[in-house]
Design a protein around this ligand. Structure first.
Ligand code: AMP
Length: 403
């Protein structure tokens, strides 16, 4: 069973082609970036190790999907005999609002819901929908499935998702916490249960998804009870370029100081803040901040400590939400790779049951593993996330259910 996974952004389309006959296998994957801009480039890799890279003229998402389709059946580097082998296409969609709580087969109603969320996800939902429509044109008759970043968090209770604002903002305008990175939180919390040797239904897990964007979630019995991102991905942790939690009054103060309009403050908090704004080394990449800190740059030291402290606060809060936990799991670019950031976050938490094994924490591996001491009451796990695989698996489940 061949499933194609598409992640369509504002100027890029990422793709992964899976064979899901047995254990999921990646047949090919890659990326087309700078779509519609000068210097559009494509990278395509297949499981045999062939790599095709180079500039290609691609003006929009439909051309991009057409090119991906051509590569997949290319006599030299292709992995399929015919496009008819593709049984379903799974799409990463960021915002599904309140009504979409599971992966769904895309129809006119689902597309209308994606469109309804344009105003709260203006950077993501429009290109996600364009990607879906491109696939409908290039792969006619093939079912498209939407796997929504917000869906996993739909189990949050009102005490987690309501903001302390006049209630009509929720009832009339759907202003509430939604949460994001749901596909990763779902995959990692399930994997944590697996390595604990327990059923997800019997586990309490705190998932720290620390990448360029970052969010923490509290998962009990496989269901999300709270998460740090909010109406949009801006809330919560300190991220690469996003500020995370701030006093809302900072918004109008900064607008006055920097003479910004609404779009200006939106870009300022989403694109110029976080590690990029705090670190002072003109980079949102934690590796650069770590290098700065190692060479004695105090601004970098402070940025790392503030980043770690924010994660620590959420771990503490979610231990209270869950009434204790079986595991705290780290994932994504920072969570999987930065042993020093994990150590900084967990420093001083032995007393509440999180005992990091410093030697294990330093070991590198692409496998899900524990980095806590054998007697740690709460296990600490590092779990490589695989959102594409999760989207493919969920897509297959939806298509099979529809039969
Ligand atoms: P992601 O969004 O999950 O792809 O994560 C990307 C981010 O992970 C980058 O911006 C880096 O800040 C961070 N990252 C990746 N590798 C490392 C590493 N070895 N050490 C520290 N941070 C890393």
């Amino acid at each position: 069973m061949i499933v194609l996974v598409i992640n369509a952004g504002s100027s890029s389309v990422k793709f992964t082609c899976f064979d899901l006959k047995g254990a999921p296998q990646v047949l090919a994957g890659g990326l087309i970036e700078r779509i519609g801009i000068e210097g559009t480039a494509m990278k395509y890799t297949n499981a045999k190790g062939d790599v095709v890279k180079g500039e290609v003229p691609v003006k929009d998402a439909q051309e991009a999907v057409r090119l991906i389709a051509q590569r997949l059946v290319d006599p030299q580097v292709g992995v399929l005999k015919a496009l008819g082998e593709v049984k379903a296409i799974g799409h990463r969609v960021v915002h599904g609002g309140e009504s979409i709580t599971d992966p769904v087969l895309i129809d006119a109603k689902v597309k209308a819901t994606i469109r309804d969320c344009f105003s709260i996800a203006p950077l993501h939902n429009p290109p996600n929908l364009t990607g879906i429509e491109a696939c409908e044109a290039v792969f006619p008759g093939v079912p498209n499935v939407g796997v929504f970043d917000t869906a996993f968090h739909s189990t949050m209770p009102p005490s987690s998702y309501l903001y302390a604002l006049p209630y009509d903002l929720y009832t009339e305008h759907k202003i509430r916490r939604y949460g994001f990175h749901g596909t990763s939180h779902a995959f990692v919390s399930r994997k944590a249960a697996e390595i604990l040797g327990r059923k997800p239904a019997d586990c309490k897990v705190i998932v720290c998804h620390l990448g360029n964007g970052g969010s923490v979630s509290a998962v009990s019995g496989g269901k999300c009870l709270d998460t740090s991102m909010g109406l949009t991905p801006l809330e919560g942790l300190i991220m690469g370029t996003r500020c995370g939690d701030i006093d809302p009054a900072i918004v109008w103060n900064v607008m006055k100081i920097k003479k910004l309009d609404l779009d200006g403050i939106d870009a300022f908090l989403n694109k110029k803040s976080g590690l990029l704004g705090m670190g002072g080394v003109n980079s949102s990449d934690l590796r650069d901040i770590e290098a700065g800190a190692q060479s004695g740059n105090q601004q970098c030291v402070q940025a790392m400590e503030a980043y770690a402290y924010r994660v620590k606060k959420y771990i503490g809060a979610y231990l209270a939400t869950l009434g204790g936990a079986d595991a705290v799991a780290f994932t994504a670019g920072v969570g999987e790779n930065s042993a020093s950031m994990r150590a900084l976050i967990l420093k001083g938490l032995d007393g509440i049951g999180l005992k990091l094994d410093l030697a294990k924490n330093q070991e590198r591996s692409d496998q899900a593993r524990f980095v806590s001491t054998a007697d740690s009451p709460i296990k600490i796990a590092v779990i490589p996330t695989d959102e594409e695989r999760e989207i493919a698996t969920q897509t297959l489940a939806v298509v099979n259910r529809g039969r």
